[in-house]
Design a protein around this ligand. Structure first.
Ligand code: HEM
Length: 376
């Protein structure tokens, strides 16, 4: 080890990130989700690597190569279900991680860059998951890709050309499939890894926030062994729950329609999005005008990204603010959740009205935030 350390800064890496990295002493269980997100990223990369070894990215063989992998390759079913369930687990973790940051005001000065890189990671994850869902080339893959890529059509002037450029063809085809495969396997994962490093480096530079919310924490503890052991315990609990989902209900998060090969001549009766993309889909169907719907999606996403500047309340932790300020900020995750629930059920006129109310509440809460947090 001494020989190795003389030639490579391994010891200083361990001290910098583990034994000599000090965190506030009052962090609670909500702080395990960042570590779990990193662990899930690793699980997705390893299981995806195995899938990529057997997957054939052509219209003729994409579906059958995955069916063959699931049935014939040793433990192929396990890798496939770990990867598909892992995608949902990743989003559950990310949503918990974001709500924690919201509740403790971790997005506020001086952690704006941590928040911005987090939102970028979320956007990249949405893209990664969407492209991954297209790869099995089932009915939902094909029709989902058709709907999502056609959204770009409503951009004035450049919409039609942009849609063709993204698809690589006039319609979703084998060209689209192979470019989505390349982006899903290499392009986006590389950017995800880079920004995960950026996110953590930016956080280490300013230090973690804590449930007390003040700039000076009550005390400090090194990451290793104190928080590291907490994180490992959380990982064991997570793997236990994850195992239950993978072994007992691997298709819970999937759509039965996607176990039928893509057929461009037969539109499924109902096209439902994956649960983690459902809020954006609901916004699109709640607002009858396509361009306005896309605008609402953009405001929802970028408005939330701008939270460090929209929220002008001097108090960081939500618990310590008055009821009105708490209510105003908590409308955001609550209406987002309501949009999500409405997106995964069958659309009816009453649900469309409810979706409009949720979307309206979200947008009003977001737009009035600078005022209400200033005088709250
Ligand atoms: C690939 C996705 C992500 C990974 C791997 C990741 C990883 C981490 C890690 C390891 C930490 C430190 C431990 C902790 O506080 O939990 C952290 C903190 C943080 N993350 Fe993320 N994160 C991701 C996505 C996000 C997203 C989507 C957001 C929200 C927009 C976000 C916002 C934050 C904030 C504000 C902190 C600082 C928390 C504090 O100091 O109180 N992250 N992240």
């Amino acid at each position: 080890m001494f020989w190795f350390n003389q030639r490579f800064p391994f010891q200083s890496f361990l001290s910098k990130y583990f034994t000599q990295y000090y965190l506030p002493s009052n962090l609670n269980a909500w702080y395990v989700f960042g570590f779990l997100a990193l662990a899930t990223l690793l699980i997705q990369i390893i299981s995806g690597l195995w899938l990529a070894m057997f997957y054939i990215p052509t219209v003729e063989q994409a579906f059958s190569s995955l069916e063959w992998f699931t049935r014939e390759v040793h433990f192929g079913w396990l890798f496939r279900y770990v990867h598909s369930t892992g995608a949902s687990a990743f989003f559950i973790i990310i949503y918990c991680h974001t709500v924690r940051s919201l509740w403790y005001g971790s997005y506020k000065k001086p952690r704006e860059l941590v928040w911005l890189s987090g939102m970028l990671l979320y956007l990249l994850l949405l893209m990664e998951a969407f492209m991954g869902y297209v790869l099995p080339w089932g009915q939902m893959s094909y029709w989902g890709a058709q709907i999502v890529t056609s959204l770009f059509d409503s951009i004035p002037f450049i919409g039609a050309d942009l849609t063709t450029w993204i698809r690589g063809d006039n319609t979703v085809s084998g060209v689209t499939l192979s470019r989505f495969f390349a982006l899903h396997c290499i392009g986006i994962p590389l950017i995800l890894i880079f920004f995960s490093w950026f996110h953590i480096t930016a956080l280490h530079h300013v230090g973690s926030n804590h449930p007390g919310g003040s700039d000076v924490p009550p005390g400090r503890l090194p990451f290793f062994p104190f928080y590291f052991s907490n994180d490992v315990l959380a990982l064991v609990a997570f793997l236990f729950l994850f195992g239950i989902a993978v072994f007992f209900s691997p298709q819970f998060f999937l759509d039965a329609n996607n176990f039928q090969p893509a057929n461009p001549l037969s539109t499924p009766q109902e096209i439902k999005p994956l649960w983690y993309m459902a809020p954006f889909y609901t916004l699109l169907y709640a607002i009858p005008n396509k361009t306005l719907g896309i605008l609402a999606v953009l405001i929802t996403f970028f408005g939330f990204t701008a939270l460090p500047w929209l929220d002008r309340h001097p108090v960081r932790v939500l618990r310590d603010r008055n009821r009105f300020a708490q209510f105003n900020l908590m409308i955001l995750p609550v209406s987002f959740l309501s949009l999500m629930c409405l997106g995964i059920v069958t659309i009816t006129p009453i649900k469309q009205k409810l979706a409009q109310v949720s979307a309206g509440l979200y947008l009003i809460a977001l737009c009035t935030l600078p005022l209400t947090t200033r005088y709250g």
